[in-house]
Design a protein around this ligand. Structure first.
Ligand code: 8YV
Length: 315
């Protein structure tokens, strides 16, 4: 029996693609690179596999009449038009849970980096400036006030870490989580006014687009720091650059950006910013677990077995 044919819509790691090739015909990004091959194969493509940043719009699905399933190697799937998928009963899966620790670890690491100026300290030594005298004093983190925007699995992992640093934890989310011991605020702006560090870990997409705007940044204030490990779309990036340049907030640590991998050059030159290239889940162990889970969802679908991790809209 011929292998089912699937379309990879992103450049995916070999530890995902190679195992898939054992049971599927994998067309790698031909929708972008080889229109003729895509036209020839489109009628046979039964599944899509992509990353958390992959775009799977209605228009692409419409070109794939045999599409049954979309498997995302990522917890975020905001680039997938889930409404369009549901209209055709196309199943969508993602890889939640396996990356909670890595993303939470990075959020804490970025918070420490920007507050204690660790990248600047490294450069201070490497550039031979230490003999000039000590670096300027930085900002304490332990015992300070942390606000979390989005208290899902990763948000709760961040909260647990922060408690170990003696921080108070407050949050805003779509709804109050009465079972958790943290102070709830009905909006990001209300939360920002009450905390020293504001960490973003809410899903991307239309519902959170530019949620962090100039008003929220003003509420966070000149002693406040913004840390984003969610999606670049959650922040009004132009307003953030302005706020950092004008001292509206003290600083920011950013792992995600509106138009990755393009990062506004204005951010490159700011001394009160720590920048990272979307590495939230980027460890060998975690990316391996994500790849295994994405592949397992595909195998389950084609074996007629229950999907392991369907997105909430498909449960
Ligand atoms: C990776 C992510 O960027 O899981 C997500 O939503 O943003 C990251 O883990 C990517 O998805 C890995 O494929």
């Amino acid at each position: 029996m011929s292998k089912p044919e699937i379309l990879a819509v992103a450049k995916l790691p070999p530890y995902l693609i190679e195992p898939l090739r054992e049971i599927f015909v994998v067309h790698e990004q031909i929708h972008q690179t080889d229109p003729a091959a895509f036209a020839a194969a489109a009628g046979r493509i039964r599944a899509i596999v992509g990353s958390g940043e992959s775009k799977v719009p209605r228009s692409l699905m419409a070109q794939l009449p045999a599409l049954e399933m979309i498997s995302i190697m990522g917890v975020g799937y905001d680039g997938v038009d889930v409404t369009a998928a549901l209209e055709r009963n196309i199943r969508v899966t993602h890889t939640p849970g396996v990356l909670n620790d890595d993303v939470a670890d990075l959020a804490i690491g970025l918070m420490l980096s920007v507050a204690r100026r660790i990248p600047q300290a490294d450069q201070y030594v490497r550039s031979g400036r230490w003999p000039e005298g000590p670096m300027p004093l930085a900002r304490k983190v332990s015992g300070e006030r942390l606000g979390i925007v989005g208290l899902g699995r990763i948000g709760q992992a961040i909260a647990t870490r922060a408690e170990a640093f003696g921080m108070s934890v407050a949050y805003t989310a779509r709804s109050r989580k009465a079972e958790l011991p943290y102070a709830y605020y009905p909006s990001a702006q209300a939360l920002a006014a009450e905390v020293d560090f504001l960490v973003l870990i809410t899903p991307g997409g239309a519902g959170t687009r530019k949620l962090i705007n100039a008003d929220v940044l003003k509420a966070l204030g000149p002693q406040g720091y913004l840390i984003n490990v969610a999606r670049g779309s959650v922040v009004d990036e132009a307003a953030l650059v302005e706020a950092l340049q004008q001292g509206v907030i003290a600083g920011a640590a950013l792992d995600v950006f509106e138009n990755e991998p393009v990062v506004p050059s204005a951010l490159w030159t700011l001394d009160n910013v720590v920048l990272a290239p979307h590495i939230g889940s980027a460890t060998r162990q975690t990316r391996g677990a994500m790849a295994d889970l994405a592949a397992s969802n595909l195998r389950a679908h084609f074996a007629g077995e229950p999907l392991l991790t369907p997105v909430p809209e498909c449960q």
